[in-house]
Design a protein around this ligand. Structure first.
Ligand SMILES: [Zn+2]
Length: 111
C-alpha cells in the first residue's frame, strides 16, 4: 500500500515574506478581519484576482503577514483537497467491497 501523504510532498514557494499559509479559500484573516476579493493591477500579474485581508487592503499594507492569496491558487488548493478526499473514499470503498466479497452474500432463507 502506498502512502499518499509521503509520496506527494512537492512544495512550491510563491512570493515571499508571507508566513501564514491558509489551505484553500480563505474566509477570515488571523487578525479577525474579513477577506476581500481584489484584482491585481501590477505589471507582473495584471487583472489577476486575489484574496486580501480587508484591514491590510484599506491600509494599503505591504510585506505584512495579513492574508494574501491568489484566487486561482486557492481554487487549485480546494481541488487538490477534494481530489485527496475522493481518493481516500475510493480506497475505503475498495476495502468495504473486499470485505463484503470475502464474507459472501448473506441470503436469508426463510427463518
Ligand atoms: Zn488581517
Amino acid at each position: 500500500m502506498s502512502n499518499p501523504i509521503t509520496s506527494a510532498s512537492s512544495s512550491s514557494t510563491t512570493g515571499g515574506g508571507i508566513r501564514v499559509r491558509t489551505p484553500g479559500i480563505p474566509i477570515k484573516c488571523w487578525c479577525g478581519e474579513c477577506i476581500k476579493e481584489l484584482i491585481s493591477k501590477t505589471n507582473l500579474n495584471p487583472y489577476r484576482r486575489y484574496y486580501r485581508c480587508r484591514y491590510a487592503a484599506q491600509k494599503k499594507l505591504e510585506n505584512d503577514n495579513h492574508i494574501f492569496k491568489w484566487v486561482d491558487e486557492a481554487f487549485t488548493d480546494e481541488i487538490q483537497q477534494l481530489d485527496y478526499q475522493v481518493r481516500m473514499l475510493e480506497e475505503e470503498v475498495q476495502v468495504l467491497k473486499a470485505t463484503i466479497r470475502s464474507e459472501g452474500p448473506k441470503i436469508m432463507k426463510g427463518g
